[in-house]
Design a protein around this ligand. Structure first.
Ligand code: ATP
Ligand code: MG
Length: 158
């Protein structure tokens, strides 16, 4: 479906802030203009939900969550940053694998199956985008994904 992406993102984040018991404020940096993308709203909602949930879950001391959107020439770049525990460099690519959990002991306490990012990757790739992570252990993590600006219907359910 054709979606005006910035209001759509605001809506997701508003709902997220309202539904969480903790007092979560997501710092937003997004362009004002109308940007239309062709996407499956439920699926993209699921991607953002998992990434933001992770940012909260793996940030035991709180900290700010930043949601940034940049309109590039041919793609939209979305990045979600936290100031949590971070991920070791050698584990950065593995976190997108099914059932992979970076810190077994701590992850077990926090709960989860290790599927969230694998599903996110599958969804973003179905949308012809990319997803990756940048992190500094002990400093925080940024998950980035792109979505093509040019409308592509193939492989994406409307
Ligand atoms: P699920 O999402 O299925 O409930 P999960 O959160 O463990 O379980 P993923 O979302 O796929 O699974 O994340 C995989 C692993 O990557 C996590 O177990 C965690 O070790 C690491 N990880 C993901 N996001 C972050 C983050 N923001 N900060 C630190 N580690 C993270
Ligand atoms: Mg998760």
């Amino acid at each position: 479906e054709r979606v005006n992406i910035i209001p759509f993102f605001h809506h997701i984040l508003d709902r997220f802030e309202m539904n969480k018991s903790e007092n979560i404020v997501i710092d937003r940096h997004m362009p004002q203009e109308n940007v239309f993308l062709w996407l499956d709203k439920d699926k993209i909602n699921q991607v953002i939900d998992n990434i933001v949930s992770n940012a909260i879950k793996y940030s035991p001391e709180g900290g700010t969550i930043k949601f940034r959107v940049v309109k590039e020439k041919q793609r939209l770049l979305v990045s979600i940053s936290d100031q949590g525990m971070g991920i070791a460099r050698e584990k950065l690519e593995k976190i997108f694998e099914r059932f992979y959990r970076a810190d077994k002991a701590r992850s077990r306490e926090l709960g989860g199956t290790g599927l969230g990012l694998a599903i996110a990757k599958e969804i973003i790739e179905t949308h012809h985008g990319q997803i990756w992570a940048e992190s500094k252990e002990g400093k925080g993590t940024t998950i980035l994904f792109t979505l093509p600006l040019i409308k592509k219907k193939r492989g994406v359910k409307s």
